[in-house]
Design a binder for this molecule. Structure first.
Ligand code: P6P
Length: 333
């Protein structure tokens, strides 16, 4: 296969996209550089003093891992200097980060989860960085604010993720298909390895934390039981796979098909609306899923249509093969 880098691919195949401007290319370049720095530290985690927790708790009430903090600081430091952004939001930061006017600013807005699944780092399980890119309505002047970032997923200019696993991959979309790249550490470039990724119409794997079963409502229990029964489209139970790292579970679902679910967990504090965040997890992955021919709902609504009311809003998430998500929608209607 010819060695096509991400930036070449963007220029060659994404001209149609409003994203394919020089400023966007610079944004993507700096995002990729951040991911290379994070990948290097993740891959050496056992050797550097970056394992374990910082002793702090983030806005989500989760213990901050040392690598979380490192990944977050790399992204903020690098991306505020990209010249492409006016504002950022991180899953690790309570408030938005307005790019200081001592840096050159652009109209793009970057939302990210710097190291999703980081509780798995200490046991050497895949983790990832998820990103979502919006563009501020042109012509707006002055400092950006929450109203510029509380946009539905349909308004995303681009979205994707980096997966730090046996190899480091980047998967992204600008609205013209989904494309996967694998980092070749010997040259330090992400090279096109999965052009035009499409998710199978149906799968044979369901992915959910079954330990939360007692916390679900009856409709959710029926929907998940459907995949573990003989009365589904296969007339055979699906296989269960659950890594507990969203990017790893989603990436497998994208490649093999099937469904990933994180339902509402009633009785679990703060998870009445599910655990996953709309802006930095559900919406970017929903963009990728839909561009690959899949679907993503919160149970009744298309994720991409939900207008966030707050920065760290959580949503239930059912995402994956079109047919499997439609089955879930039937049970939850
Ligand atoms: P649970 C990791 O902490 C994360 O945010 C996602 O990566 C993952 O899908 C989910 O939480 C796992 O949550 O409750 O099943 O451990």
């Amino acid at each position: 296969m010819s060695q096509v880098t991400v930036t070449e691919h963007l220029l060659l195949h994404q001209q149609k996209s409003p994203a394919a401007t020089g400023v966007f290319t610079q944004l993507l370049y700096d995002l990729i550089l951040s991911a290379k720095l994070i990948s290097r530290s993740v891959n050496k985690a056992g050797l550097l003093d970056v394992l374990g927790e910082t002793g702090e708790t983030n806005v989500q009430g989760e213990k901050v891992q040392k690598l979380d903090e490192y990944a977050n600081s790399v992204l903020i430091h690098r991306m505020e200097r990209s010249g492409a952004l006016c504002m950022m939001a991180s899953e690790e930061n309570a408030d938005v980060i307005v790019v200081s006017d001592r840096f050159e600013r652009g109209d793009y807005i970057l939302i990210f989860d710097p190291l999703d699944g980081s509780s798995n780092i200490d046991v050497n399980v895949n983790v990832g960085t998820i990103f979502s890119i919006h563009k501020r309505e042109s012509g707006k002047k002055g400092d950006p604010g929450l109203e510029d970032i509380l946009q539905p997923g349909d308004r995303q200019v681009a979205a994707g993720y980096f997966l730090y696993g046996p190899s480091t991959m980047m998967v992204y979309t600008t609205g013209f298909g989904v494309h996967g790249f694998t980092l070749d550490p010997s040259v330090g470039e992400f090279l096109l390895s999965h052009p035009n990724m499409t998710i199978p119409e149906r799968g044979k794997i369901y992915s959910v934390n079954e330990g939360n079963y007692p916390l679900w409502d009856d409709k959710t229990k029926s929907a998940i039981n459907h995949f573990k029964s003989f009365d589904n489209w296969r007339s055979s139970p699906y296989s269960a796979r659950y890594v507990g790292s969203l990017v790893a579970d989603f990436h497998r679902t994208l490649l093999y098909g099937g469904i990933f679910a994180y339902p509402r967990n009633y009785k679990k504090t703060g998870q009445g609306e599910g655990k996953l965040r709309l802006l930095c997890e559900a919406a970017p992955l929903a963009f990728v899923a839909e561009q690959a021919g899949g679907k993503a709902i919160d149970g009744t609504r298309r994720i991409m249509e939900i207008v966030p009311e707050q920065l760290h809003e959580r949503v239930p998430l059912f995402i994956g093969s079109r047919g499997d998500v439609d089955d879930v929608a039937g049970f939850l209607a």
